[in-house]
Design a binder for this molecule. Structure first.
Ligand SMILES: Cc1cc2nc3c(=O)[nH]c(=O)nc-3n(C[C@H](O)[C@H](O)[C@H](O)COP(=O)(O)OP(=O)(O)OC[C@H]3O[C@@H](n4cnc5c(N)ncnc54)[C@H](O)[C@@H]3O)c2cc1C
Length: 446
């Protein structure tokens, strides 16, 4: 099938990069427009302040990223990134205890976000089909006269003395993250704003890097110790590249971890188990403690707008941002990029209706992850948002029963890890083998 001439992607972060790569299968040229100057190395940048915090890549996310950027896994390994087997190297604390020594093939790279983003960006910089326009921001959409089809974007240079200009495209994708201006743009074109659903767990992060002590032999690459509701505090340690530990403390219900040295250490001592504190207490700190509090779950329902302009789509956090504690955002971004590629493929060379079909399918895809993420958040009484109804509460109770079995039932724990890694749908936890185990466990308890 002949390719369309030109697509524009707004935002050159994880969702934008992966989507641009997916679009090269269907467009001769793809232009990524990014507000930041993009580093030619694994460096942090202003547009993604979350990059200073741990970014866990779920197994499904890694698999999809590798399918879009062949060689990514090898490149990560060549940069000293360890791949953690979820059954052996990820120490996961559940409400009923630690999971350990589970037989599973699930694995994830333990990598800083800046290195991951660089290793995704690097091959795109070398791809002649992809152009980067940096240090400019998109300030609006261009359409045809009837305003029914998007035909490009308005580009606003950051320097005030340079005048805005227009860039034409056959298809435009917004991947500009949580602060996307697409609701304003669509409203000004007469399409109205999407409804927003929000769930606010009032979570705050504080993260600090440490040098991994020499000769440390813990046998893990990640300690993952989420808060156990009604407890509010959790923590994690990620052994990223370069012998560095990224230690993150997190608190629900505005029980935010402090950013000062003494407060950070005291907070770590109060976590549900001592493992994070024990690991960090003798390690050498490598920098400041950095906080982050923009953790609202937000879903923009573009699929419910009565009309959407043709030749336009939205992906990643611009559509759906999750409480980052569960590490789902980048995997969902990769799922969106692959879905858009497939929708374009299924459209048989036409671009009409692709955006609308894509937003509808994306909403279905995101919904499952949303229910998993917000379902956990609602265990904390101060979480704000529309609480689950009777069925939702029943499901939550059942999941509690599943979790009770995990430290004692290895196959069930493996299944649980597949669901957490978005490798299997949550319905996998309702299969007869799991259900049978839950019933046996509950009868035994009696
Ligand atoms: C504290 C924290 C921890 C997280 N941890 C994890 C984790 O463990 N695992 C995980 O999978 N996810 C995690 N996430 C989520 C993850 O960061 C995002 O889901 C992921 O980056 C995909 O986002 P995105 O590309 O859609 O948007 P962003 O990463 O927000 O990027 C948007 C990009 O668009 C650019 N931009 C914005 N407006 C414009 C404009 N008008 N014109 C041009 N460019 C523009 C910005 O400069 C930026 O580069 C975490 C998030 C936070 C906040």
């Amino acid at each position: 099938m002949p390719k369309h001439p030109h697509a524009i992607v707004i935002g050159g972060s994880i969702a934008g990069l992966l989507t641009a790569r997916a679009l090269t299968d269907h467009f001769e040229r793809v232009t990524i427009i990014e507000r930041d100057a993009l580093p030619r190395s694994a460096a942090e940048r202003a547009g993604t302040p979350q990059g200073k915090h741990p970014h866990n890549v779920l197994t499904r996310g890694m698999r999809l990223m590798e399918s879009l950027i062949p060689g990514l896994e090898a490149d990560l390994r060549a940069h000293g990134v360890a791949f953690a087997n979820w059954g052996k190297h990820v120490r996961t604390l559940t409400r009923s205890g630690w999971l350990s020594d589970i037989n599973t093939e699930l694995s994830s790279p333990v990598v800083s976000r800046s290195l991951l983003e660089w290793l995704i960006r690097k091959p795109l910089l070398a791809d002649s089909a992809v152009t980067f326009i940096e240090e400019v921001q998109v300030s609006g959409l261009l359409t045809d006269e009837s305003r029914s089809t998007v035909s490009g974007v308005v580009v606003k240079p950051r320097r005030a003395d340079v005048t805005p200009y227009e860039l034409a495209a056959d298809f435009v994708v917004d991947a500009s993250g949580r602060s996307s201006k697409a609701p304003d743009w669509l409203e000004s074109l007469g399409y109205g704003r999407p409804i927003e659903t929000t769930v606010d767990p009032k979570v705050g992060y504080a993260t600090r890097l440490y040098k991994k002590p020499e000769n440390f032999a813990g046998g893990w690459h990640i300690i993952y110790m989420p808060a156990r509701a009604p407890g509010t505090r959790g923590g994690a340690v990620f052994e990223i590249e370069g012998g560095v530990w990224m230690v993150a403390l997190g608190g629900y219900s505005e029980d935010y971890p402090p950013n000062d040295e003494a407060g950070f250490i005291e907070y770590a001592k109060t976590l549900p188990e001592p493992d994070v504190y024990e690991a960090m207490k003798d390690a050498e700190p490598l920098g400041d403690i950095v906080g982050y509090r923009r953790t609202l779950n937000i879903m923009r329902h573009y699929e419910k707008l009565p009309r959407l302009p043709e030749h336009f789509a939205l992906v990643g956090d611009a559509v759906c941002g999750f409480n980052p504690i569960y590490g789902q955002g980048m995997t969902v971004a990769a799922m969106g990029a692959v879905l858009l590629r497939d929708c374009l493929g299924a459209a048989g060379g036409s671009l009409e209706g692709v955006g609308r079909t894509f937003q509808r399918k994306l909403a279905q895809q995101n919904e499952t992850v949303w229910l998993m993420s917000t379902g956990e958040d609602f265990r904390h009484p101060s979480t704000e948002g529309k609480r689950p109804g009777f069925t939702g509460r029943l499901v939550q109770r059942y999941i509690d029963w599943v979790v009770e079995c995990l430290p004692y039932d290895e196959p069930m724990a493996a299944k649980f890890l597949h669901v957490v890694n978005l490798d299997q749908p949550p319905t996998a936890l309702f299969q007869p083998s799991v259900l049978g185990g839950v019933i046996r466990h509950r009868l035994a308890r009696r």
